[in-house]
Design a protein around this ligand. Sequence first.
Ligand code: SF4
Length: 157
Amino acid sequence: MFYSAYHSIDVVNGEGTRCTLFVSGCNHACKGCYNQSTWRVDAGYQFTQQLEDKIIADLNDTRIRRRGLSLSGGDPLHPANVSAVLQLIHRVKKECIGKDIWLWTGYQMDELSVEQAAIVALVDVLIDGKFEQALADPSLKWRGSANQIIHTISKSL
Ligand code: SF4
């Protein structure tokens, strides 16, 4: 997997103070996409074991308490990303107890593959759907256009 950016401290992508990873790879080609540089699956930087370890350490850093991990892009559910994203999520679940996971995808809940659905089953909040320029609304929280839906998967939230 490749990624375009990692923010170890982020307060704009989900509730609370978070770690946010923007992965590379997206084939939705939404008109008006603000992140076209992330469309190529090999854009940016290689996602390494070192970065995976750093994300886990950042989430467990007690000096600046993070509420959880946000996964955006690009598309974390792009077929090229599902294996690495699933591994990262498994580690967060096992090693970062109490941290929540938010994930943004251009796919809709009802069109996920088995592999993509396995990831979604482990996240706490899913924001799904392509960005629709005609439905864009800057006043919306956590999403760019009104067709996108915020799904609260975790019953604890
Ligand atoms: S899903 Fe997101 S990253 Fe992909 S084209 Fe649409 S707006 Fe851009």
